[in-house]
Design a protein around this ligand. Structure first.
Ligand SMILES: *Cc1c(COP(=O)(O)O)cnc(C)c1O
Length: 351
């Protein structure tokens, strides 16, 4: 018999894929619109000849390279098949059955699924109307049963990043035995000077764990590499809870090549950040109220019109991601895609 928890599990809805051959831009999964760099493609091809072998289980070289780049000990970095998998391992390592995990909502749709699968209980706390996390409310939701609080910054799908001062106040209010997970999947896109510095917070607070990924800024979504940054003891626990040989050899070498090409990749991130500004300005000029975005997507809070707006965008050649009842998330991609989107949103307002 399947576990009862599975019956109530919300489905993860992947962003729609554009039909093969159709002229549509896929702005539905927060992917990097740039194809892999030639140097990364070459690393992938080199790695292919070794796929008859199991990969290095602890992704030693990649772990050391990431640790060095962050300025943390290698024992503090735990790799996994995307930060979604790593989040699952964190929850498995920290939660007993029935423990509570406080999380913002609406936020990343993988959260309630991961919490439920870990045997824990999700305690959702509404995101404010301006799309910002309500950190005082998240702190107030912590009880004796709380083991973990998830903080998504910038928040997917609404966009704003948590500010340094509000995060300090929040961490002061959360008991030290409660783990605070800062999910920084979009950290490379943050330009808000008041945005929290996750690494500095990690250095200063024993109960903070960071989650980061190669999927977004580094453009390796299809290879599944992400990691946690934690103190050595919790890190060892997360490692123990991980799927053995989770990160493939191909993914390890591609991530290493991406770290070597970091400047080139961050220049691409900068161009996405500029395109984000153009998208936000264009929408606001049309009269839309759009939350600040510090990530590679923007949020249109249209409530129960989400599916209808997504449908209209799709007909205009841009596939976006509706969240029923809440709004539409649009990933920032090609310039031409932004133009098509702005055409569709203008038409929508004039309907
Ligand atoms: C995309 C995303 C991730 C990363 O997913 P991967 O499993 O690393 O591809 C993690 N958290 C949030 C909030 C995301 O949007």
């Amino acid at each position: 018999m399947l576990r009862r928890a599975l019956a109530e599990l919300p489905a993860y809805v992947p962003g729609a894929r554009s039909p093969v051959g159709a002229a549509a831009f896929k702005l539905s999964s927060n992917e990097n619109p740039f194809p892999p760099l030639p140097s990364v493609m070459a690393a992938i091809a080199d790695a292919a000849v070794d796929v008859n072998r199991y990969p290095d289980m602890y992704a030693t070289e990649l772990t050391e390279a990431v640790a060095q780049q962050l300025g943390v000990p290698a024992e503090s970095v735990v790799m996994g098949c995307g930060s979604v998998a790593v989040l699952g391992h964190v929850l498995t390592a920290f939660c007993e059955a029935g423990d509570e995990v406080v999380l913002p909502w609406r936020s990343f749709e993988a959260y309630p699924i991961a919490v439920t699968l870990a045997g824990a209980v999700a305690v959702p706390v509404p995101v404010a109307d301006d799309g910002r996390l309500d950190l005082p409310a998240l702190a107030a939701a912590v009880t004796d049963r709380t083991r973990v609080v998830l903080v998504c910054t910038p928040n997917n799908p609404t966009g704003p990043a948590v500010r340094a001062d509000e995060l300090e106040t929040f961490l002061d209010a959360v008991p030290e035995h409660v783990l605070v997970v800062l999910d920084e999947a979009y950290v490379e896109f943050v330009r808000d000077p008041q945005g929290a510095d996750g690494l500095a917070v990690f250095e200063a607070r024993r109960n903070v764990v960071l989650l980061r990924t190669f999927s977004k800024a580094y453009g390796l979504a299809g290879l599944r590499v992400g990691y946690a940054v934690a103190r050595p003891r919790p890190a060892a626990g997360i490692r123990a809870a991980s799927t053995p040989f989770g990160v493939s050899h191909v993914a390890q070498l591609a991530a290493l090549a991406s770290l070597r090409a970091r400047d080139e990749l961050l220049a691409r991130v900068e161009s996405i950040v500029k395109e984000r500004a153009r998208m936000l300005d264009g929408l606001r000029a049309q009269g839309w109220t759009v939350p600040d975005s510090q990530a590679n997507f923007v949020w249109l809070p249209v409530g129960d019109q989400a599916s209808a707006l997504a449908e209209r965008c799709s007909r205009a050649g841009v596939v976006v991601r509706p969240f029923a009842g809440d709004g539409v998330r649009v990933s920032v991609g090609e310039r031409e895609a932004t133009d098509l989107l702005l055409g569709a949103t203008a038409e929508w307002l004039a309907r």
